[in-house]
Design a protein around this ligand. Structure first.
Ligand SMILES: Cc1ncc(COP(=O)(O)O)c(C=O)c1O
Length: 395
């Protein structure tokens, strides 16, 4: 069943924050990380069938879905987990906040690698801990930026108070898919320093070219015992609004404490979220294959366009995620109080009217950068890029 991702779908009256936040309908929104694509047909049909039943009482579990996830981890990653290792959580941000709350002690530090997804920053202080940053380093060649892991920087950010590593793989916003040797290095350092690893792997299915996702916990029994892995179908199948995610925790003591914390807080996934997750993982592979090819072509378009027409603004060529990260320091402007300062004023306010995330929210090293969401129709992306090019040329 071929999907047509070029087909316009009006999201303006569909509760989409990506669109409804703007009064001006001419703004092209390339910000929050959902896509403009319709979800896989089997997901929609499964939810419709469930709605048809008409009774929506509590449902705290889905045993066949646990089995499906066990099989998925084995098939995709040769990672052998058991159904009991899974703890349902409504969202990945909730999931990592709960992990810090369950295991962090007041005054300890949570290490994060910047630039990174903004909710990584408040996760520690939300729960009485401090945030410690270990910036990634980057190089630029022919207008393309590549981010690297710097072991020196990483090691020197760890202090006796550092208890937790909040890790992002693939890494939002720089689109880095961590390699096995990098993961082993980071994992070893975490074990040496007794850091609990919370591995946010929400973007694990969004891979381009031949990049391969490796769950941190799959690399050794020691890492398995020391890692809380968070995954979800939400980015993969564009069902973020359904709030259905899961943690995989192979250490029984850690899992019991975590599950207790999540349960006591009354957090669970709603019925439709579990139905959608099940259908997506069982029947969504064809859709995913097609949407990845489409978004990879969008990525290629964005990189080629920016290199050719805006060479003063270097850009990443993401290996994974559908997010590009552009060094817009040559044009970026200070925040101006509009739209909660989330969008780069140079692009949203000027003639461009393109809403891209301001990079400063991703860490001090992101200041002047912008994040561009590629998960949209090609003609809209092309139009956005043209407008950005004109704004840069006319400044
Ligand atoms: C790295 C990362 N983690 C978590 C989330 C959001 O997860 P959730 O909506 O399940 O809380 C995002 C969304 O962009 C993300 O990029």
């Amino acid at each position: 069943m071929p999907y047509n991702f070029d087909q316009p779908i009006d999201r303006r009256n569909s509760d989409s924050v990506k669109y409804t936040i703007f009064d001006d309908p001419s703004i092209i929104p390339l910000w929050v990380a959902d896509t403009d694509f319709i979800s896989p047909t089997p997901v929609i049909e499964a939810m419709q069938a469930r709605i048809q039943h008409g009774v929506f009482g509590y449902n705290f579990d889905n045993v066949p879905l646990r089995e499906l996830l066990v099989k998925r981890m084995a098939d995709l990653y040769n990672w052998h987990i058991s159904p009991d290792d899974i703890v349902w959580v409504p969202g990945v941000v909730t999931g990592f906040n709960m992990a810090i709350r369950a295991f962090g002690r007041m005054g300890e530090e949570v290490l994060i690698q910047t630039p990174v997804y903004p909710p990584f920053f408040p996760a520690a202080p939300n729960n009485g801990l401090f945030t410690k940053t270990a910036p990634l380093t980057h190089t630029e060649k022919d207008g393309v930026i590549t981010y690297q892991f710097d072991e020196e920087v990483f090691r020197s950010a760890i202090t006796p108070k550092t208890s937790t590593l909040l890790f992002c793989n693939p890494h939002n916003p720089v689109g880095k898919v961590w390699t096995e040797s990098e993961l082993r290095r980071i994992g070893e350092i975490a074990l040496e320093n007794d850091l609990l690893i919370i591995s946010d792997e929400i973007h694990c299915d969004l891979l381009f070219d031949n990049h391969r996702h490796i769950p941190m916990a799959s690399l050794s029994p020691e890492l398995a015992q020391n890692t809380i892995t968070l995954m979800a179908p939400s980015k993969t199948f564009n069902i973020a609004g359904l709030c259905a995610s899961f943690a995989i925790i192979q250490n029984p003591k850690v899992r019991a404490r975590y599950a207790e914390m999540v349960g006591n807080a009354g957090l669970h996934v709603n019925i439709l979220g579990l139905v959608a997750m099940h259908a997506a993982y069982e029947h969504g592979a064809e859709w995913l294959h097609e949407v990845l090819a489409y978004m990879q072509a969008n990525r290629d378009l964005a990189t080629a366009f920016v290199r050719q027409y805006m060479p003063e603004l270097p850009i990443t060529h993401p290996e994974g995620t559908y997010l590009s990260w552009m060094d817009a320091r040559a044009v970026s402007l200070p925040p101006n109080g509009q739209y909660m300062d989330m969008f780069e004023p140079f692009f949203v306010d000027k003639a461009a009217k393109v809403a891209v995330n301001r990079g400063g929210a991703f860490g001090a090293d992101g200041t002047g950068f912008v994040r561009i969401n590629l998960g949209t129709r090609r003609d809209l992306l092309q139009e956005a890029l043209e407008r950005m090019r004109s704004a840069v040329a006319d400044r």
